[in-house]
Design a protein around this ligand. Structure first.
Ligand code: PEP
Length: 256
């Protein structure tokens, strides 16, 4: 399986800044066949960047999208509109869940809508600090995995990526803490078991599971060596070009 390094710019960079960043990133990163580099700029930057990117080298992701193809949905961007511009779409990010109130039912429709439009959803799941403190991590993860994937058939499961992002480890969370490799390993194992029990061993092993939460060059290597982790979703650190390039290089070394 490839190693995925995904940079989520969140609400940062103008279109021009994102374009300059991409230009420099394309120059700095060789064509690594075993590393899938993906960047997720703001929606407004997707169209120009889709013309600029070398898709043999890296791919674009949308940070969000809507499952209806068209209609009276002011402010939304449909997966059918994103199709052709991006290969991936981040769905269920904790900021969408907690700031914009997206729940598993809504996320489930988005995941299915993305798959229907031949986009690969990167479904984010993860418990909050208090859910962890109350011993609810396993239940939350189970609900988010099974809820998010409820409309995805076993045949389509290999078209989905999961990202374990404990909310308490995301750098924008107040008093964020770095997750330990042991904490990540435990939840990733649980996710893989949920997939195996629901969809069968063969297909469950094909689903990439990424980790995200305060990833930087100093912890990327250790996180990538956690059993069952197939890549990283990088937020804040991806805004610093040199740091993101370093993380890609670390992924290359770890996967060699
Ligand atoms: C994210 O936005 O998905 C994320 C993990 O953010 P950060 O790396 O800044 O914690």
């Amino acid at each position: 399986m490839k190693t995925y390094i995904v940079g989520n710019f969140k609400l940062n960079f103008t279109v021009g800044e994102a374009s300059i960043y991409l230009h420099k990133l394309l120059k700095a990163v060789p064509n690594y066949r075993d590393i899938e580099v993906v960047v997720a700029p703001s929606t407004v930057a997707l169209q120009p960047l889709s013309l600029q990117i070398d898709r043999h080298k890296m791919k674009l992701a949308a940070q969000n999208g809507f499952y209806r193809d068209f209609g009276a949905y002011t402010g939304e961007t449909s997966f059918s509109q994103l199709r052709g511009l991006v290969d991936y779409v981040i769905i269920g990010h904790s900021e969408r869940r907690h700031i914009f109130g997206e729940d598993d039912k809504f996320i489930q429709k988005k995941v299915a809508g993305a798959v229907r439009n031949k986009l690969t959803p990167i479904l984010c799941i993860g418990e909050t600090e208090s859910e962890r403190a109350f011993g609810e991590t396993a239940d939350v993860i189970r609900d988010q995995v099974l809820g998010g994937l409820a409309d995805v058939s076993a045949e389509d499961l290999d078209k989905v990526i999961l990202a374990y992002e404990p909310v308490w480890a995301i750098s924008s969370t107040k008093a964020a803490k770095e997750a330990t490799p042991g904490e990540i390993a435990e939840v990733v194992k649980l996710i893989r078991e949920i997939l195996k029990d629901t969809y069968g061993v063969k297909v469950a092993e094909k689903v990439p599971i990424l980790f995200g939460g305060s990833v930087k060059k100093t912890n990327a290597g250790a996180y990538l060596m956690v059993p069952g982790v197939n890549g990283l979703l990088v937020g804040g650190a991806s805004l610093i070009l040199s740091e993101f390039i370093d993380i890609i290089e670390i992924a290359k070394r770890v996967s060699a």
